[in-house]
Design a protein around this ligand. Sequence first.
Ligand code: KG4
Ligand code: ZN
Length: 462
Amino acid sequence: MAVSSTLSRLNLLPRPSLPYAVSTLRALKFRPMCAPLTSFSNSFSAHFSTPKSSPEPNTQSPGAPDYDFIVLGIETSCDDTAAAVVRSSGEILSQVVSSQADLLARYGGVAPKMAEEAHSQVIDQVVQEALDKANVRETDLSAVAVTIGPGLSLCLRVGVQKARKTAGRFNLPIIGVHHMEAHALVARLMEKKLQFPFMALLISGGHNLLILAQDLGQYIQLGTTIDDAIGEAYDKTAKWLGLDLRRSGGPAIEELAREGDAKSIKFSIPMKQHKDCNFSYAGLKTQVRLAIKSRNIDAEIPISCASHQDRSSRADIAASFQRVAVLHLEERCERAIEWALNIEPSIKHLVVSGGVASNQYVRAQLDQVVKKNSLQLVCPPPSLCTDNGVMVAWTGIEHFRIGRFDPPPPADEPEDFLYDLRPRWPLGEEYAEGRSEARSLRRARIHPSLTSIIQASLQQQR
Ligand code: KG4
Ligand code: ZN
């Protein structure tokens, strides 16, 4: 991928509307004291340290004026290279996303080695662009937040290396962020009334998660996918239907589905017999593939060249697939709400986030589910549902202000440093009553969950 062509496609969001005075910020800048560099354990495995001089825990609502600081967020866990600069007040100073849409369209999915190369080619420019758009320099930052998992190791490494180089050079603390926590917490940046506890349905290309967020870093996993995530099913369906994948498969299916009859093909809803909150999309993918084959649809013929009848047949498949894919979400959410309200009766919100949450049909259907249960749906805007740096910066801000961060890395960290990357990293502990046989057989954890790490560190402090 040529750097110039990638850069020309950088999705640059407009500057914040509020005038931003660097001098004021500098005056207000909060810079917590970190453990001295000499005591720094360069394993980066602690993930969170709580220095003695950490800021007071923020008991106010998110975004409430307490002290002011700025965090740079870096995200490279999958196929988007993203960076953003966000103020602790929640003001988004800049957001830059460089997508690998060309590669996705060419290979029909993410090829880790190529994705890594593409990240490496643009990471410096993306971060610089984010700083420039925000009109800040590294010296104006209080910390750097970066996704350390889950995701593709090769890709995570590019972001972590950039974050550590920047943090090391400018002596900044660093916050290792859980990608799925970031998808959930960005809703708190948008909706200031969103307090813990709340529920979240996180739907992306690699994950389907239903969680109960009890507190920052404290999550109960009500359900997860036992095979493919919904975004993967959208992407494959789009590929097999010969759709234009340059904006990824989801939006292409959403658009085509509007032309189709959603009840024309009777796909069966996954896992109806399992009365839990887990998900499965592998079977639906197979049903879709068979339906495509039986209608003699040739994915080699792009939809733009298809006959009227062929197009309408593809639209029927897209619409029928989407209806059932989302019915599966609805059914699981209904049950999860019941479970969550048993655990935490004060819950008022269901957050729906992750790339698939930018889908209007998904939002409308889930809105009906939550309203039926007297809850409120919180969906970040589409640009914050798909992978972005803002969610990483914001999650960094949430942890940083209660003192969870790592001290600055050494400025001269070697290139071949072994970073602590967490490609498979559960967010929370599984809800015991929701454990399904299928899931427990397939579990392959590499890292303890974020919640268990935080609980262990809290116990140590007592
Ligand atoms: O959260 P995300 O940007 O990256 C991951 O963490 O995976 O999600 C990407 C996924 C892709 O599968 C993409 O097809 C899907 O989100 N997606 C959508 C829509 N926009 C993105 N799926 C359905 N409808 C959409 N409008
Ligand atoms: Zn994501």
